[in-house]
Design a protein. Structure first.
Lengths: 279, 585, 172
């Protein structure tokens, strides 16, 4: 286990903004918010040196509830915003967060390329297998036979997307699953993720009590993965392909160097650039 | 200069004395390289000029033309008519017929034994054959394009040593042998051309002295970005904007910035928003289809008041359209493409050199006013290389992004008189806030209250309306009761047409608008004071500029629209004729 | 051997403080949630619960004065997931919950707390720790009983208490 800070000077609640969430009482996202604040406190991060970027959706409301710098961007684009921020400000701790629709459907291309680019940031996807803000449509992770949405009568009949498998294939440097039903365990995974260099992907199970009340049972279904994190992508591939979506913990830790161009001027004066044009 | 006999000064109308040369060839013949070297050598010798590349749709092996205009005075547009057409070969040369106009005074030069396509020979001109490939073969490592270059230099009176300087510089990496072979080719071509009988005096007298730059509009935009403080660029390649990125990637690195090649335009604009949120002035370059993809997030930049700059190098549209040719048809999407009420900046450079100033200014405005700036350049400005005087090194003394670290009562979206709220950047303790595309209260908390919406809408509009844009809003010159109102790359031909009219003793006003949004009704009305006829010139089938003027400005007198789609450029003669026709109507 | 038995006094105080203050925060959060969903009755009870729990926190803080309490990372609570049961889970709130539900939630919390502290007392190695655990267990039991009494003032909810006559809202 990574060593925790011996004496954090800030408490988890010091990372909260005080704005009251719009989430439904009972929503898993409250636990994720708590887990994030616990992880930040454990790492003794100064709130002003942390930025959390989100897209659109229930879980993407998260930045407003934190006392760090936040960006509530458009649907599906949290990762590009976070990429631009981290690449130009490598001194900051950058997180991106959102839901399964935001990250895997409208933002799917960015997810793949963020894994591949491997910028040092942590991406938390709160997966509840449903679109909550538009009244409960199927998302990419919804089971094919879930038929509670008017848009997909009889179910989607489409196989769900396996985000961890896609993350590994695309080059993510850290892959883990956590659950809102265990915020303390989730805090540990988040600390690991933030400390690991490169792009860290945390698949966060977070039940929707309004549109998927049956997900309350997830609490009984999740369990700690009986394995240590592997650094071998081949081992990880087998692990993730046979995963039943309820194993928790850090499943893969790669050793690819993070993408971070050096931001150091080599000329004293920008008038140096004129030389290329002078005849 | 002997103007009376000079073929170069065919127009006695007041346009700059100049020579127009078209260099044609296909796949691997090296006409683009030779054209570029001719332009640079002309600059070395003290001329001004410009060169446009025109080519077919092939990536390799297609037909290509280097279109040059050289002059002792700065030139900003092609004339259409060419003094010399030199073809290394004639394969598919007829596709350039619309672009290259010849008359009986033109000289057409081809390789020995070639057949001039009818479409070209029909236009007239005196045909001369030169043994281009034969001479090239006689030199070890010799190439026909170098022979052609030598012949052209001889015909126009360009000193061979100016070419030698340019070649030595450009071929340095290939070694002395390559330099020697090229110079031998040039000399052979020059010797051969000197034997052509009865050549009229094509010579243009150079005007040396001032430091001269060789630059394209795309490079100028890149330099303007860096001068404006841009240190983060994220972009997806697209013709004809890519060269901005190609120039910026290595040069940003030199100044401690970075260019990230994004996965698509949705990513590029959003990466900019992230970069700018972190305090780094950020810019992207694209073309119409890319701008269309970016519009949702440009709205986010406006709503979250995050400065970003988007340079749209326009091409023929809609859809994939004509990617390698110019058109001014993205005006509407730049002005009106954002959803919701989203006040932002739209500016347009009016010449190749002005791409530098306008991009720098756009960055300054975005940073000062915490909003999105769209720069409407186009293919003809972006991809044309021009010889210009060293551009002024302008720095804006006031303005720029006002960053506050004052934590007491910090409100990111505070409503104040100027409309520009204090902005903090990550790292500043006590000033944390969440930037939001949701409507928000002054603190940034999401809000759907009518009161917050109207306050923030007013604030975002007010900050643009109250700002003093000074004289930069437009170029206004001349007087008289007729005015030509134009923008962007159409300014070049309009300006030259007005010079032609002035040479006839006519008085015509030129107004070219650099600032298109926010609108400047008072300034434009003042500039048009006393005008009775307004001709609106634009390279756009839908007359978007004309309709924009009709929608937002209360203009005096009669208006007429000259709206011509691409891919052919508007020529000075076209504008001249339009003004004359209206006068005589 | 149960790990709870190795607790020192400082360790027990540190864990109890964390548990209590997290419970206070959770009740506050629930109260805020009930404000947002326009359930003032439940909000009022959660605020009252928060106050009660807060005064207990103050007492434990006083007991800790002069002692250097160890920092325990969230994931190092090894009380058989105690921290997740002593502090009411986020999922235990419901937007239509009645005062009866609200108090039942708190009753469960106190019952678990009493059970946990009794367990610690049984396994405590030092008499001092055992005594402290016993007093915490007693407090929890007393409050538990009081809450049962309080709950009896409210009617048992009828079947269908959570039936909503309107569909959920569209947001974004």
């Amino acid at each position: 286990m990574e060593t925790a800070n011996p004496c954090p000077s800030l408490k988890p609640k010091d990372y909260k903004s005080g704005t009251k969430p719009v989430w439904c009482p009972g929503c898993g996202d409250y636990s994720v918010l708590l887990a994030i604040t616990k992880a930040m406190a454990e790492m003794n991060l100064s709130p002003e040196n942390v930025a959390l970027v989100s897209g659109i959706g229930c879980s993407s409301r998260l930045p407003a509830y934190l006392n760090v710098y936040g960006f509530h961007a458009v649907h599906g684009r949290a990762l590009p915003v976070a990429t631009g921020l981290k690449v130009s400000r490598p001194d900051l701790t950058v997180l991106a967060a959102g839901g399964d629709g935001d990250g895997f459907s409208i933002g799917g291309n960015h997810f793949m390329h963020a894994c591949r680019r491997n910028v040092d940031m942590t991406y938390i996807v709160m997966d509840n297998q449903v679109y909550g803000m538009t009244k409960g449509q199927a998302s990419p992770t919804t089971d094919p036979d879930w038929d509670n949405s008017k848009l997909t009568p009889g179910g989607t009949k489409i196989n769900p997307y396996y985000p961890l498998v896609v993350a590994l294939a695309s080059g993510a440097n850290f892959i883990a699953r956590a659950s809102s039903t265990d915020p303390n365990g989730a805090a540990k995974v988040l600390v690991d993720a933030m400390r690991h260099p490169g792009f860290s992907f945390v698949h966060m199970l977070s039940p929707c009590v309004t549109f998927r009340p049956e997900q309350k049972d997830w609490k009984k279904m999740v369990r700690q993965a009986p394995v240590e994190p592997t650094t071998d992508p081949a081992v990880a591939a087998k692990r993730l392909m046979t995963d039943d979506n309820f194993f928790l913990g850090t499943l893969y830790k790669g050793d690819r160097p993070a993408y971070q161009p050096e931001l150091k001027a080599t000329v004293d004066n920008i008038s140096d650039l004129d030389k290329g044009f002078i005849l | 200069m002997n103007d009376s006999t000079s073929l170069s000064s065919t127009n006695s109308k007041g346009a700059p004395h100049s020579l127009s040369i078209a260099l044609l060839g296909s796949g691997g013949s090296g006409v683009m390289t030779a054209g570029g070297q001719l332009l640079d050598a002309a600059g070395q010798a003290g001329w001004y000029g410009m060169m446009t590349r025109s080519s077919g749709p092939q990536i390799r092996g297609g037909e290509a033309a280097a279109l040059l205009r050289l002059s002792p005075q700065p030139v900003e547009t092609h004339k259409g008519r060419f003094d010399i057409l030199l073809a290394i070969d004639w394969l598919n040369a007829d596709r350039f017929v619309g672009e290259i106009i010849l008359d009986e005074k033109s000289i057409v030069i081809g390789d020995n034994g070639g057949t001039v396509p009818e479409a070209i020979s029909n236009m007239g001109g005196r045909y001369v054959e030169l043994p281009l490939s034969e001479l090239a073969k006689s030199i070890s490592g010799g190439r026909p394009n170098m022979v052609a270059l030598g012949a052209l230099a001889q015909l126009i009176g360009l000193p061979i040593n100016a070419l030698e300087v340019v070649l030595t510089k450009s071929l340095k990496k290939k070694g002395q042998e390559a330099i020697d072979a090229s110079i031998s080719g040039i000399r052979a071509g020059a010797d051969q051309a000197s034997e052509i009988p009865d050549i009229p005096d094509l010579k243009v007298t150079p005007s040396p002295g001032r430091e001269r730059w060789s630059i394209t509009g795309n490079e100028a935009a890149g330099l303007g970005a860096i001068r404006g403080g841009v240190r983060f660029v994220a972009a997806y390649p697209i013709t004809p904007g890519t060269e901005i990125l190609e120039w910026l990637a290595p040069n940003l690195k030199k100044v401690g910035g970075v260019l990230v090649q994004a996965e698509d335009e949705l990513a590029s604009i959003n990466q900019l928003i992230g970069g700018s949120f972190g305090g780094t002035p950020s810019l992207t370059a694209t073309s119409g289809p890319g701008l269309a993809l970016m519009t949702e997030s440009i709205g986010l930049a406006v709503a979250s008041e995050t400065p970003v700059v988007v340079v749209d190098v326009m091409r023929g549209g809609p859809s994939t359209g004509i990617p390698t040719k110019s058109e001014q048809s993205d005006l509407n999407i730049a002005l009106y493409g954002l959803h919701g009420d989203a006040p932002h900046i739209v500016v347009a450079p009016m010449s190749i050199g002005d791409c530098l100033f306008t991009t720098q200014w756009a960055t300054h405005l975005a940073e000062t006013l915490q909003t999105a700036s769209i720069v409407l350049s186009d293919q003809s400005l972006g991809q044309t290389r021009a010889l210009i005087d060293k551009p002024a090194d302008i720095s804006f003394v006031s303005g720029g992004r006002s960053i506050t670290s004052k934590a007491e009562s910090f409100q990111r979206y505070a409503v104040n008189d100027s409309g520009v709220s204090p902005m903090s950047i990550p790292g500043m303790p006590g000033c944390q806030y969440t930037a939001d595309g949701l409507e928000h209260s002054p603190t940034g908390t999401p809000s759907s209250r009518a009161e917050d919406h109207i306050q923030q809408l007013n604030k975002r509009k007010r900050k643009l309306d109250l700002f003093d844009y000074g004289d930069h809003w437009a170029k206004v010159s001349g007087d008289g009761e007729t005015a030509v109102l134009t923008w962007g790359s159409s300014t070049g031909p309009v300006s030259e047409a007005i010079s032609m009219l002035e040479a006839e003793g006519k008085h015509v006003r030129l107004i070219s608008m650099r600032l298109l949004l926010p609108i400047q009704p008072e300034r434009l009305v003042a500039a048009l004071n006393g005008v009775e006829k307004i001709l609106v010139v634009e390279q756009c089938h839908g007359a978007q500029f004309y309709h924009y003027l009709r929608a937002h400005y209360d203009l005096p007198g009669q208006m007429r629209s000259m709206a011509v789609p691409g891919p052919l450029m508007i020529r000075p003669d076209d504008v001249y004729s339009e003004v004359k026709a209206w006068e005589n109507a | 051997m149960n790990e709870t038995s190795i607790l020192s006094k400082a360790d027990l105080l540190a864990r109890t403080l964390t548990m209590l203050s997290e419970t206070v925060e959770r009740y506050d959060l629930f109260a805020d949630q009930m404000d947002v969903v326009n359930n003032p009755e439940a909000a009022t009870i959660f605020r009252w619960l928060s106050d009660k729990q807060n005064s207990r926190t103050e007492v434990v803080k006083k007991l800790s004065e002069g002692l250097e309490l160890p920092h325990i990372s969230p994931w190092d609570y090894d009380w058989d997931d105690a921290i997740n049961t002593e502090v009411p889970g986020h999922s235990s709130a419901h937007y239509m919950m009645t005062p009866y539900h609200t108090l039942s939630l708190a009753i469960d919390v106190e019952q678990s707390a009493a059970k946990l502290f009794s367990e610690i007392e049984r396994n405590a190695q030092s008499p001092e720790t055992g005594k402290l655990a016993r007093s915490f267990a007693r407090e929890a039991k007393e409050f538990h009983e009081y809450l049962i009494y309080k709950r009896s003032e409210h009617p048992v909810p009828e079947v269908g208490w959570d039936e909503d006559h309107d569909p959920p809202q569209l947001l974004e």
